[in-house]
Design a protein around this ligand. Structure first.
Ligand code: MG
Length: 288
Protein backbone atom coordinates (compact mmCIF):
# COMPACT_ATOMS: atom_id res chain seq x y z
CA UNK A 1 0.00 0.00 0.00
CA UNK A 2 1.25 3.45 -0.81
CA UNK A 3 -0.31 6.87 -0.89
CA UNK A 4 -1.34 8.96 -3.83
CA UNK A 5 -3.42 12.03 -4.37
CA UNK A 6 -6.97 11.79 -5.50
CA UNK A 7 -9.28 14.51 -6.65
CA UNK A 8 -12.72 14.43 -5.10
CA UNK A 9 -15.13 16.45 -7.18
CA UNK A 10 -18.70 17.09 -6.32
CA UNK A 11 -21.39 19.54 -7.27
CA UNK A 12 -23.11 21.98 -4.96
CA UNK A 13 -26.84 22.76 -5.18
CA UNK A 14 -26.13 25.71 -7.51
CA UNK A 15 -24.64 23.36 -10.04
CA UNK A 16 -21.08 24.61 -9.51
CA UNK A 17 -18.47 21.92 -9.24
CA UNK A 18 -15.64 22.03 -6.79
CA UNK A 19 -12.57 19.97 -6.11
CA UNK A 20 -11.29 18.56 -2.88
CA UNK A 21 -7.71 17.60 -3.37
CA UNK A 22 -6.57 15.10 -0.83
CA UNK A 23 -3.89 12.51 -0.47
CA UNK A 24 -5.55 9.17 0.15
CA UNK A 25 -4.40 5.63 0.70
CA UNK A 26 -4.61 3.52 -2.42
CA UNK A 27 -3.10 0.57 -4.21
CA UNK A 28 -0.02 1.26 -6.25
CA UNK A 29 2.60 -0.79 -8.03
CA UNK A 30 5.10 2.06 -7.76
CA UNK A 31 8.61 1.05 -6.71
CA UNK A 32 9.03 3.03 -3.47
CA UNK A 33 12.81 2.84 -3.76
CA UNK A 34 12.45 5.41 -6.54
CA UNK A 35 11.12 8.96 -6.64
CA UNK A 36 8.30 10.13 -8.88
CA UNK A 37 10.91 10.99 -11.52
CA UNK A 38 12.07 7.35 -11.56
CA UNK A 39 15.34 8.25 -9.85
CA UNK A 40 16.73 5.65 -7.44
CA UNK A 41 16.98 6.95 -3.88
CA UNK A 42 20.49 7.05 -2.49
CA UNK A 43 21.01 5.27 0.82
CA UNK A 44 22.13 6.52 3.21
CA UNK A 45 20.67 9.86 2.20
CA UNK A 46 23.52 12.27 1.54
CA UNK A 47 23.93 15.66 3.16
CA UNK A 48 24.25 18.44 0.59
CA UNK A 49 27.67 19.16 -0.93
CA UNK A 50 27.47 22.88 -0.27
CA UNK A 51 25.45 23.10 2.95
CA UNK A 52 26.37 26.70 3.76
CA UNK A 53 23.98 27.78 1.01
CA UNK A 54 21.00 25.80 2.31
CA UNK A 55 17.61 26.99 3.48
CA UNK A 56 16.39 24.19 5.71
CA UNK A 57 12.68 23.46 6.29
CA UNK A 58 11.68 20.81 8.81
CA UNK A 59 8.36 19.15 9.51
CA UNK A 60 7.84 18.26 13.19
CA UNK A 61 5.69 15.16 13.80
CA UNK A 62 7.07 12.01 12.25
CA UNK A 63 10.18 13.91 11.12
CA UNK A 64 11.86 15.62 14.09
CA UNK A 65 9.71 13.82 16.66
CA UNK A 66 8.12 10.39 16.84
CA UNK A 67 4.35 10.44 16.39
CA UNK A 68 2.50 9.70 19.60
CA UNK A 69 -1.12 8.78 20.19
CA UNK A 70 -2.16 12.25 21.28
CA UNK A 71 -0.28 15.20 19.71
CA UNK A 72 -0.25 17.12 23.00
CA UNK A 73 1.72 14.35 24.73
CA UNK A 74 4.85 14.66 22.58
CA UNK A 75 8.06 15.97 24.15
CA UNK A 76 11.24 17.36 22.62
CA UNK A 77 14.58 15.89 23.71
CA UNK A 78 16.98 18.64 24.94
CA UNK A 79 19.62 17.34 22.49
CA UNK A 80 17.29 18.09 19.58
CA UNK A 81 16.71 21.65 20.81
CA UNK A 82 20.48 22.17 21.00
CA UNK A 83 20.96 20.63 17.56
CA UNK A 84 18.37 22.93 15.95
CA UNK A 85 19.75 26.02 17.66
CA UNK A 86 23.24 25.19 16.45
CA UNK A 87 22.08 24.49 12.89
CA UNK A 88 20.03 27.69 12.76
CA UNK A 89 23.16 29.62 13.71
CA UNK A 90 25.31 27.78 11.18
CA UNK A 91 22.77 28.50 8.42
CA UNK A 92 22.55 32.21 9.22
CA UNK A 93 19.00 31.78 10.49
CA UNK A 94 17.74 30.01 7.35
CA UNK A 95 16.00 27.22 9.25
CA UNK A 96 12.24 27.05 9.68
CA UNK A 97 9.72 24.58 11.06
CA UNK A 98 6.88 23.72 8.65
CA UNK A 99 4.10 21.91 10.44
CA UNK A 100 0.42 21.16 10.78
CA UNK A 101 0.58 22.29 14.42
CA UNK A 102 -0.41 25.79 15.44
CA UNK A 103 2.26 28.43 15.93
CA UNK A 104 1.59 28.53 19.67
CA UNK A 105 1.86 24.78 19.88
CA UNK A 106 5.14 24.66 17.94
CA UNK A 107 6.54 27.41 20.16
CA UNK A 108 5.60 25.57 23.32
CA UNK A 109 7.35 22.45 22.04
CA UNK A 110 10.50 24.25 20.88
CA UNK A 111 10.46 26.84 23.62
CA UNK A 112 13.35 29.23 23.73
CA UNK A 113 14.31 28.84 20.08
CA UNK A 114 11.89 31.35 18.44
CA UNK A 115 12.45 29.78 15.04
CA UNK A 116 10.58 30.92 11.94
CA UNK A 117 7.51 28.68 11.61
CA UNK A 118 5.07 27.83 8.85
CA UNK A 119 2.17 26.51 10.97
CA UNK A 120 -1.26 24.92 10.44
CA UNK A 121 -0.34 23.72 6.93
CA UNK A 122 0.60 27.21 5.81
CA UNK A 123 -2.36 28.99 7.45
CA UNK A 124 -0.10 30.78 9.95
CA UNK A 125 3.48 31.91 9.46
CA UNK A 126 6.10 33.70 11.52
CA UNK A 127 8.97 35.10 9.49
CA UNK A 128 12.61 35.27 10.55
CA UNK A 129 11.99 38.92 11.43
CA UNK A 130 9.13 37.87 13.71
CA UNK A 131 6.22 39.12 11.59
CA UNK A 132 3.14 36.91 11.90
CA UNK A 133 0.84 36.32 8.93
CA UNK A 134 -2.46 34.47 8.99
CA UNK A 135 -4.57 33.22 6.09
CA UNK A 136 -8.10 31.97 5.66
CA UNK A 137 -9.64 33.83 8.57
CA UNK A 138 -12.83 34.38 6.63
CA UNK A 139 -14.09 30.80 6.73
CA UNK A 140 -16.43 30.05 9.61
CA UNK A 141 -15.93 26.44 10.68
CA UNK A 142 -18.30 26.65 13.68
CA UNK A 143 -21.17 24.59 12.24
CA UNK A 144 -18.85 21.92 10.90
CA UNK A 145 -16.98 21.78 14.19
CA UNK A 146 -20.24 21.17 16.09
CA UNK A 147 -21.31 18.38 13.75
CA UNK A 148 -17.91 16.67 14.01
CA UNK A 149 -17.91 17.03 17.80
CA UNK A 150 -21.23 15.20 17.90
CA UNK A 151 -19.88 12.46 15.63
CA UNK A 152 -16.79 11.99 17.82
CA UNK A 153 -18.63 12.07 21.14
CA UNK A 154 -20.07 8.56 20.85
CA UNK A 155 -17.09 6.93 19.11
CA UNK A 156 -14.36 6.18 21.67
CA UNK A 157 -10.82 6.63 20.39
CA UNK A 158 -11.59 9.50 18.01
CA UNK A 159 -10.02 12.85 18.87
CA UNK A 160 -11.19 16.19 17.51
CA UNK A 161 -8.47 18.84 17.49
CA UNK A 162 -9.66 22.40 16.98
CA UNK A 163 -6.79 24.47 15.58
CA UNK A 164 -8.95 27.54 15.01
CA UNK A 165 -8.38 27.83 11.27
CA UNK A 166 -8.58 24.08 10.68
CA UNK A 167 -10.18 21.06 12.31
CA UNK A 168 -8.30 17.78 12.65
CA UNK A 169 -9.99 14.49 13.39
CA UNK A 170 -7.48 11.91 14.66
CA UNK A 171 -8.34 8.19 14.55
CA UNK A 172 -4.96 6.77 15.65
CA UNK A 173 -6.58 5.15 18.69
CA UNK A 174 -9.47 3.77 16.61
CA UNK A 175 -8.00 2.81 13.20
CA UNK A 176 -10.95 0.54 12.38
CA UNK A 177 -13.10 3.67 12.09
CA UNK A 178 -11.09 5.17 9.21
CA UNK A 179 -13.64 4.39 6.48
CA UNK A 180 -16.56 5.57 8.58
CA UNK A 181 -14.77 8.81 9.51
CA UNK A 182 -13.79 9.46 5.90
CA UNK A 183 -17.31 8.85 4.60
CA UNK A 184 -18.84 11.06 7.28
CA UNK A 185 -16.47 13.95 6.56
CA UNK A 186 -17.04 13.74 2.80
CA UNK A 187 -20.77 13.76 3.44
CA UNK A 188 -20.43 16.89 5.60
CA UNK A 189 -18.23 18.65 3.04
CA UNK A 190 -20.60 17.98 0.16
CA UNK A 191 -22.04 21.26 -1.00
CA UNK A 192 -19.56 23.42 0.95
CA UNK A 193 -17.15 25.37 -1.18
CA UNK A 194 -13.74 26.71 -0.27
CA UNK A 195 -12.64 23.84 1.93
CA UNK A 196 -9.99 21.18 1.34
CA UNK A 197 -9.59 17.85 3.05
CA UNK A 198 -6.12 16.57 3.92
CA UNK A 199 -5.48 12.95 4.83
CA UNK A 200 -2.38 12.60 6.96
CA UNK A 201 -1.16 9.77 9.14
CA UNK A 202 -4.23 8.61 11.08
CA UNK A 203 -5.81 12.04 10.75
CA UNK A 204 -8.23 13.87 8.48
CA UNK A 205 -7.91 17.63 8.50
CA UNK A 206 -10.35 20.15 7.08
CA UNK A 207 -8.92 23.51 6.09
CA UNK A 208 -9.76 26.44 3.87
CA UNK A 209 -8.37 26.02 0.36
CA UNK A 210 -5.35 27.96 -0.77
CA UNK A 211 -2.70 27.52 1.90
CA UNK A 212 -0.45 24.52 2.32
CA UNK A 213 3.10 23.73 3.41
CA UNK A 214 4.40 24.53 -0.06
CA UNK A 215 2.93 28.03 0.12
CA UNK A 216 4.67 28.61 3.46
CA UNK A 217 8.02 27.55 2.01
CA UNK A 218 7.56 29.75 -1.06
CA UNK A 219 6.82 32.72 1.21
CA UNK A 220 9.94 32.12 3.31
CA UNK A 221 12.04 31.83 0.15
CA UNK A 222 11.09 35.37 -0.84
CA UNK A 223 12.55 36.77 2.38
CA UNK A 224 15.92 37.07 4.10
CA UNK A 225 17.74 35.01 5.21
CA UNK A 226 16.14 32.28 3.05
CA UNK A 227 16.11 33.98 -0.36
CA UNK A 228 18.94 33.08 -2.70
CA UNK A 229 19.57 29.80 -0.91
CA UNK A 230 18.78 26.23 -2.01
CA UNK A 231 15.62 25.03 -0.22
CA UNK A 232 15.67 21.60 1.37
CA UNK A 233 12.60 20.17 3.09
CA UNK A 234 12.37 17.15 5.38
CA UNK A 235 8.88 15.71 5.94
CA UNK A 236 7.16 12.39 6.41
CA UNK A 237 3.50 12.65 5.52
CA UNK A 238 1.37 12.93 2.42
CA UNK A 239 0.64 16.55 3.39
CA UNK A 240 4.40 17.22 3.07
CA UNK A 241 4.22 16.49 -0.64
CA UNK A 242 3.16 20.13 -1.16
CA UNK A 243 6.49 21.08 0.41
CA UNK A 244 8.50 18.61 -1.67
CA UNK A 245 6.90 19.93 -4.84
CA UNK A 246 7.59 23.52 -3.79
CA UNK A 247 11.29 23.04 -3.02
CA UNK A 248 11.75 21.12 -6.24
CA UNK A 249 10.22 23.97 -8.25
CA UNK A 250 12.56 26.38 -6.46
CA UNK A 251 15.68 24.42 -7.39
CA UNK A 252 15.94 22.46 -4.16
CA UNK A 253 14.90 19.01 -3.07
CA UNK A 254 13.15 17.01 -0.39
CA UNK A 255 13.89 14.17 2.00
CA UNK A 256 10.93 11.89 2.68
CA UNK A 257 11.00 10.25 6.09
CA UNK A 258 9.74 6.67 5.99
CA UNK A 259 9.96 4.13 3.23
CA UNK A 260 6.41 3.09 2.60
CA UNK A 261 5.07 5.39 -0.08
CA UNK A 262 5.83 7.18 -3.30
CA UNK A 263 6.97 10.77 -3.02
CA UNK A 264 8.10 13.87 -4.87
CA UNK A 265 11.13 13.99 -2.57
CA UNK A 266 14.56 13.23 -3.99
CA UNK A 267 15.91 11.30 -1.01
CA UNK A 268 14.62 9.13 1.79
CA UNK A 269 15.43 8.90 5.46
CA UNK A 270 14.26 5.73 7.18
CA UNK A 271 12.83 7.22 10.38
CA UNK A 272 13.11 9.95 13.00
CA UNK A 273 16.42 8.54 14.26
CA UNK A 274 17.81 8.78 10.72
CA UNK A 275 16.70 12.44 10.60
CA UNK A 276 18.59 13.20 13.81
CA UNK A 277 21.65 11.44 12.45
CA UNK A 278 21.37 13.40 9.17
CA UNK A 279 21.09 16.69 11.09
CA UNK A 280 24.23 15.76 13.04
CA UNK A 281 26.10 14.99 9.81
CA UNK A 282 24.92 18.29 8.36
CA UNK A 283 26.12 20.25 11.40
CA UNK A 284 29.49 18.56 11.20
CA UNK A 285 29.84 19.41 7.52
CA UNK A 286 28.90 23.02 8.23
CA UNK A 287 31.75 23.27 10.75
CA UNK A 288 34.35 22.90 8.04
MG1 MG B 1 4.81 15.00 9.79
Amino acid sequence: MTFCREIHRNVNPNGKSRCLMMPIQCQSKTDVSRGNDGRQFEQPAPVPDNPKNLALFLDIDGTLLEIVERPELVTVPPALLQSLERLAGQLGGALALVTGRTLANADSLFSGLSLPVGAVHGMERRSYQGAIESAGLAYDLTALRDVLAGFVSDRPGLLLEDKGRTIALHYRAAPALESEVHAFILEQLFGRTGLALLHGKMVFEIKPEGADKGAAIRAFMEEAPFSGRVPVFLGDDTTDEYGFTAVRALGGYGYCVGLERESDARYRLADVAAVHEWLARLAKKLER
